[in-house]
Design a protein around this ligand. Structure first.
Ligand code: ATP
Length: 441
């Protein structure tokens, strides 16, 4: 449960951070100015990986169903939202200062002992530190213009509950989903993109009858676990852990985390919470607007209860990379390979002409153009073929198609599989079908 480094597996994280930068997945933000703590940029390979995570979640939670609607809210909302939701008063973590030599700040609930983990100095008593970023709306920087960057996307769904209900023809039970940026001024960010200060969340508020919330809670726990396994995460590295009463948030009637076995220990990947009618009730009281639901045909009127699955895009990306990262020895050489599931890999098929001679490059380009209609493809004619295979292994491309001089006679190319490194010769006209079969789609 702890995020404090254990020493174990840190090398693995370091290797992944270096690979992510070297290959163009993730860069430190504003790097030429020395970076900025806990903010990250996604590069040419990080962007498709993130997009695939988002698309997969959206497809499953929204598009593949007829009972969930989408929403995109502004990041800055009326500050009354955050008073009513409880964030202004309670969205805080206990902060302790090192009173020894290093003066570092720590999140008290993440520490194991009562000394500073860096210099072993004594610690101050904990004080509550609000995690919301504050800024000003308009030209005047005074308290009446103060607003917050949202620390979660959920509140946008609650304050739009009636708008969606009245325009979508949905009936209880139904959901409202949103993917978007959230901001938290975390006290102790770290572990690469696990905990950053700007990140993206995928959240869904499921509105149901009060009597049904436990059933739906279990349903969404199972659904999300199945989704994560479908992304290729190994089942033995995932577990569902119910919150203890002490851990429960102020609004929650119950909650479970889907945890992943990170190199530093088990940690939250996704939270699934039973929020009851806490949010709608507080927004109804604070806004004076009626947020109740009226059952059709003159049934009862009530505030729906809410079940919420909430997961970070960035944290999912980190989990996928860690789960996929592997090293092995092949004929006395070290091979680093990202065993990403084909549905999330930045490229699915790489086309590699054996030489840069035009008689190979031209047919290889034509093959790539044909495969690109169906798959995410890469084309690479630089360096030796061995180095190109190593690059594709490191960025997780499941298949490489090599065009060689024999191809000019037999109109066939070699498909090499990333995981087994097995090679098979396939006719040009059968290539798309052979890739499809191997990519499982
Ligand atoms: P913690 O207690 O670890 O601070 P939390 O329980 O407050 O986290 P939630 O509010 O449940 O987190 O957020 C839902 C999801 O959003 C998390 O499961 C995680 O995937 C993601 N998330 C939350 N905070 C961060 C962050 N600072 N950086 C990256 N992802 C985050």
């Amino acid at each position: 449960m702890s995020e404090a480094p254990t020493g174990m597996g840190e090398a693995r994280v370091d290797q992944l951070v270096s690979l992510a930068k070297r290959r163009g997945f993730i860069f430190p933000s504003s790097e030429i100015y020395g970076g900025i703590n806990a903010l990250w940029d996604y590069g040419p390979l990080g962007v498709p990986l993130r997009n695939r995570v988002r698309q997969s979640w959206w497809r499953r939670v929204v598009e593949a169903r007829d009972d969930v609607e989408g929403l995109e809210c502004s990041i800055i909302m009326n500050p009354k939202v955050w008073v009513a939701s409880g964030h202004v008063d309670t969205f805080s973590d206990p902060l302790v200062d090192c009173l020894g030599e290093c003066h570092q700040r720590w999140r008290a609930d993440h520490l194991k002992g009562d000394r500073c983990p860096t210099c072993q100095g004594p610690l101050s008593p904990p004080r509550q530190f609000n995690l919301m970023f504050k800024t000003f709306l308009g030209p005047v920087e005074d308290q009446s213009a103060a607003v917050y960057l949202r620390p979660e996307t959920a509140q946008g769904m609650f304050v739009n509950f009636k708008n969606v209900l009245n325009t979508s023809r949905q009936r209880i039970p139904f959901g409202i989903a949103q993917i978007g940026r959230s901001f938290r001024n975390e006290i102790s960010p770290g572990n690469f993109i696990f905990r950053s200060r700007e990140f993206e969340q995928m959240e869904m508020e499921w509105f149901c009858e009060p009597e049904d919330d436990l059933r739906w809670f279990e349903y969404w726990c199972q659904d999300q676990m199945a989704w994560l396994q479908g992304l290729g995460l190994r089942p033995e590295n995932l577990r569902l852990r119910p919150h203890t009463p002490q851990e429960l948030s102020h609004y929650a009637k119950g909650a479970s985390d889907i945890e992943y076995r990170f190199p530093w220990g088990w940690g939250e990947l996704e939270g699934i919470a039973r929020r009851g009618d806490y949010d709608l009730r507080h927004h109804q009281e604070a806004s004076g607007r009626d947020l109740t639901y009226l059952e059709p045909q003159g049934g009862r009127r009530y505030l729906p209860w809410v079940v919420e699955p909430a997961i970070g895009v960035d944290r999912t990306v980190l989990t996928l990379l860690l789960d996929a990262y592997d090293e092995e020895e092949v004929r006395g050489e070290r091979r680093a390979v990202l065993r990403l599931h084909p549905s999330v890999a930045p490229y699915q098929v790489a086309v590699l002409p054996l030489s840069r001679k035009p008689e190979l490059v031209e047919p290889a380009r034509r093959l790539e153009a044909a495969l690109r209609r169906e798959f995410a493809t890469d084309f690479d004619d630089t360096q030796s073929i061995g180095r190109r295979y190593r690059r594709q292994d490191e960025i997780g491309t499941p298949l490489a198609v090599t065009v060689d001089f024999d191809s000019l006679q037999d109109h066939a190319a070699t498909i090499r599989e990333r995981d087994s490194m097995a090679q098979v010769r396939v006719g040009f006209d059968q290539l798309a079908a052979a890739c499809r079969e191997r990519l499982g789609g």
